[in-house]
Design a binder for this molecule. Structure first.
Ligand SMILES: Nc1ncnc2c1ncn2[C@@H]1O[C@H](COP(=O)(O)OP(=O)(O)OP(=O)(O)O)[C@@H](O)[C@H]1O
Length: 237
């Protein structure tokens, strides 16, 4: 479904991603892991079209999408969330979803929006202004709902679980599994918590200083000495 070949991104003299390669199959939930500044958000930006790589190829469903603008990638089925939820605060929850749907899917579809509101537990907030009264958890659910409204085949989720207390986090994780099964989508999730990745993901890719240092099942990668070192500064933690 998604294949990256030697993707390299530079910001002036800084190499944010260097020869990043991995692939993922349809319906997989892949964890993208790595210390602060490792390049995780930059990788999402490169895949979704916000930054242009200096080199390498990004293939989505066998097509090279590396030169397509953002909206064309969305139309092909790439949905994403942002680390800091960015709803349009002057619009209601439902209106936010309509805007996302028209951007990503090309037309409004009220029935699908109702389904998304239901799945994401946002029905009772649907006609509430996005700026007023939405708690962090609800804003995060809205962020995922917006991405779902674009009709994605692949969802890129940037730290949607961060900052939630443990019960809310467990509930959100179950939601993500439900979304994957119900909408038949693949998910790449950036997440720092090892236990969360281990429970949620079938595979994890670890970045450090812009390079892939491990790729495998969560139990494989979290036993890898290079990964332990990148997390703790010591290979024997
Ligand atoms: N627009 C930009 N211009 C210059 N440097 C940037 C830009 N975006 C990111 N960087 C740099 O690229 C590197 C990778 O940053 P990125 O935000 O992708 O890391 P990250 O793994 O997502 O980190 P975090 O876990 O803190 O969100 C960092 O050194 C960062 O300072």
């Amino acid at each position: 479904m998604l294949k990256l070949e030697n993707v390299t991104v530079r910001f002036g003299g800084l190499v944010a991603l260097k020869d990043v390669s991995f692939r993922m199959g349809p319906g997989e939930i892949l964890g993208l892991v790595g210390p602060n500044g490792a390049g995780k958000t930059t990788l999402f930006n490169a895949i979704s079209g916000l930054v242009r790589p200096r080199g390498g190829r990004i293939l989505f469903e066998e097509q090279d999408i590396g030169r397509l603008p953002l909206h064309q990638r969305a139309r092909r089925g790439l949905g994403r969330t942002f680390q800091i939820p960015q709803p349009m605060h002057q619009l209601t929850v439902r209106e936010n979803l309509v805007v996302a749907q028209v951007f990503g899917a090309g037309r409004a579809d009220a029935a699908r929006l109702d389904e998304i509101l239901e799945v994401m537990d946002l029905k009772s907030q649907a006609d509430r202004d996005a700026a007023s009264g939405l708690a962090l958890q609800e804003l995060k659910r809205l962020e995922v709902a917006k991405a779902l409204a674009t009709n994605p085949k692949l969802l890129l989720l940037d730290e949607v679980l961060a900052g939630l207390e443990s019960q809310a986090k467990r509930h959100f994780m179950l939601k993500l599994k439900e979304l994957q099964a119900r909408f038949k989508i693949g998910i790449v999730i950036v997440e720092h918590d090892i236990e969360t990745i281990s429970n949620l993901c079938s595979r994890a890719v670890v970045l450090n200083f812009g390079q892939v240092i491990a790729d495998g099942t969560p139990s494989e990668v979290f036993r890898n000495p290079a990964v332990v070192e990148s997390y703790t500064g010591t290979a024997h933690a």
